[in-house]
Design a protein. Structure first.
Length: 109
């Protein structure tokens, strides 16, 4: 992905770099259990303009899902923009599951 055209040439940041930054920023949010495997699909992670990201997460039980998602949106946007200079217009978060403690009633249902 081109960040800017410099006088000496074009600067590029690999999509893998953006994915790694996105995953690490999301995992820093309290209440995130893990990143769902399906979020590794680059086409789903970014739009064609590479300014929107989608991340699929699993939330720990006991945490407010909306609050966790809003924190992820803020952290991912801030991290990607500050580390790469790429403008992020949206961060779409999809909660695909909830992790309950081992042996909990919800897990055994």
């Amino acid at each position: 992905m081109d960040i800017e055209k410099a006088k000496k040439g074009t600067l590029r940041v690999s999509q893998n770099v953006i994915i790694t930054i996105t995953k690490n920023a999301a995992l820093e949010v309290e209440g995130v259990s893990r990143i769902a495997v399906r979020s590794l699909d680059i086409m789903k992670l970014f739009s064609s303009k590479l300014d929107n990201s989608l991340i699929n997460i699993v939330v720990l039980s006991g945490y407010n899902v909306m609050s966790v998602c809003e924190q992820i949106q803020e952290k991912v946007k801030s991290a990607v923009q500050s580390m790469t200079g790429v403008t992020v217009s949206k961060v779409n978060v999809s909660v695909v599951d909830v992790d309950f403690p081992a042996g909990s009633a919800e897990e055994n249902s």
